[in-house]
Design a protein around this ligand. Structure first.
Ligand code: PRP
Length: 183
């Protein structure tokens, strides 16, 4: 789906498909340099990270392994509870492995902060984070992120894996959702 198909729902297009692909290529090149000679496992966080994983992984010119986790907030039912439970765990034993967690957005930081601690407790050789987007103004928990596509304002963004009520994930671009859609 292109932005033109949902243009009335968007305030603007933040990043086009071409810009996203270019940035992912740059991130992959940096990661390749940083992990030269080391084995690498990238872990995508379902469901939003599917597009980033698929496109970034194909930008690499080296072997890597891919695995997936699904997590969900619970407790109060809001993300701000900071409590996360694992809906789908890794199939891979990451002990002694170099791991990069890949996500499409860091908002409050609660999910990635929890995930980093969780994976670190499994004795990997290293754990780093790669996110396409980050909202510095929304951060509630410090998260050490090694690879960031772009920092963005604290606005409701959709597309390229990011949803509103499970829609817009298949939008090629990333755009700011118009308030009339969610208010
Ligand atoms: C998004 C994103 C991160 C998390 C970040 O997932 O993929 O995992 O939110 O938010 P935080 O920094 O406030 O913790 P979401 O819960 O929307 O699920 P989804 O990937 O299935 O859309």
């Amino acid at each position: 789906m292109d932005s033109a198909h949902v243009e009335n729902d968007l305030v603007n297009v933040l990043f086009t498909e071409a810009q996203i692909q270019e940035r992912l290529g740059e991130l992959a090149a940096r990661i390749e340099d940083d992990y030269a000679g080391k084995d690498l496992l990238i872990v995508g966080i379902l469901r939003g990270a599917v597009m980033v994983m698929a496109d970034m992984a194909r930008s690499f010119s080296r072997h890597l392994e891919m695995d997936w986790m699904a997590v969900s907030s619970y407790g109060s039912g809001t993300k701000s509870s900071g409590v996360v439970r694992i809906l789908k765990d890794l199939d891979t034993d990451i002990s002694g492995r170099h791991v990069i967690i890949v996500d499409e957005i860091i908002d409050t930081g609660l999910t990635l902060s929890w995930l980093t601690s969780n994976l670190t407790s499994r004795n990997p050789a290293s754990v780093e984070i790669c996110t396409l987007l980050r909202k510095p103004e929304a951060l509630q928990m410090p998260v050490d992120v090694k690879y960031v596509g772009w920092d963005i304002p604290n606005e409701f963004v959709v597309g390229y894996g990011l949803d509103y009520k499970e829609q817009y994930r298949n939008l090629r671009d990333i755009g700011t959702l118009a308030p009339h859609v969610y208010s």
